[in-house]
Design a protein around this ligand. Sequence first.
Ligand code: ZN
Length: 203
Amino acid sequence: MSQAEPTKDVAPDAKRWPTRHWPAYTAAIVLLMLVSAYGLWPAGPSDSSAVVLDDAPRDSKEPSFMPNFNKSLDQWRAQLTPEQFEVARQGETERPFTGQYWNHKAEGTYNCVCCDAPLFTSETKYDSACGWPSFFRSSTPENLHTLEDRKYGMVRTEVLCRNCGAHLGHLFDDGPQPTGTRYCMNSAALAFEKKGQEEQPKK
Ligand SMILES: [Zn+2]
């Protein structure tokens, strides 16, 4: 009759505690499954994944930077030449004096080879004698993003395309006036658009 006294038909220690903790067990198992499924668990590089960002091999990329869009590595590989892919999507550097634009003097615009975002113009290109196309200013700095790069035992400033996350090159402070900066870019990360071409009527 009285409800004050709890029933004691089951031994308190031997049988009741596992049942009572079932929600906790279930929650722990579900959590482990979620962690595994979403890749939060330490794992090796998964190159073939369709959704993985291409920044996995680049230890300099800060988690705060997310480009406007990205594609899978397979999609980039299909779009680019092998050298463009190695440089722009894998963060490699082309050998000096070998690229298409280090000694290129035509008037026009240098765009991102991956997404065609305008980055530099020939007006700010200068001969730095370093073997890579160099600019003392970006025509569209809003299209660039810089990160600290500590690869190869050096501390450098990496320059990326803000739109698609492509690795473009590095930024140095030994450029000419009026800026004193040198955007040291890889030819393989750039696509040149000759002056006048961009003024063609668009449908
Ligand atoms: Zn881009």
